[in-house]
Design a protein around this ligand. Sequence first.
Ligand SMILES: C[S@@+](CC[C@H](N)C(=O)[O-])C[C@H]1O[C@@H](n2cnc3c(N)ncnc32)[C@H](O)[C@@H]1O
Length: 207
Amino acid sequence: MEEKIIPPAERINRELDLETLAAPLDLAEIFGNDNPLELEIGIGKGLFLLNEARRNPDRNYIGIEIARKYLVKARERVEKRGVPNVRFVNGEAFDFMEKFLSDESLSTIHIYFPDPWPKKRHHKRRLFSDVFIPLAHRKLKPGGLMLIATDHAGYWEWMCEVLEKQTLLVHADRMPEAPDGTAGLTNYEIKYQKEGRTIFRTGYRKP
Ligand SMILES: C[S@@+](CC[C@H](N)C(=O)[O-])C[C@H]1O[C@@H](n2cnc3c(N)ncnc32)[C@H](O)[C@@H]1O
């Protein structure tokens, strides 16, 4: 099936300008509906967001990416296909969630292949940490999901330690999984699957 590509002049900019928007965000105003909101942290080139938003037109998606270059690439992918239920934020996820999202506003948080910061002295830069869990818990709706995947054994071990210590989120019966017929959920997963790397994944839920 051929894809319909929107001509550049007709594309709608889907990036949220945090300089001009009031915090917390008025999601109903931004999306024009009250559909459940999912957040992807560190979207890279945005493959997951594009596919997921097209598969679920009755859900809204925000993708946040700190690297401008990737954010623009992901945004253009979505805008040229006219996918209406995605918005983009160029920024740091922890700060964005804390300041711009209301408590209990998220139905799902997706964290796929977060930067592992392998050197010990850089571990403090890891997004997934003891302080991230209470924030995720606060921003998730009751029953909301946090889905995680990584290829990095050291970061996985760290994540398991963080998750085992905490009591706010419970293990869920859902895991992040690539839909049938696809080679992976995200660009990184596709690459790592081809290389034959082990992928670690899990899902947690707010009770
Ligand atoms: C290893 S890449 C994975 C990209 C994508 N999730 C995938 O699986 O293909 C991690 C991405 O997260 C972004 N990132 C890292 N820390 C971030 C943060 N605190 N907030 C937002 N984005 C972040 C990086 O710029 C990078 O694009």
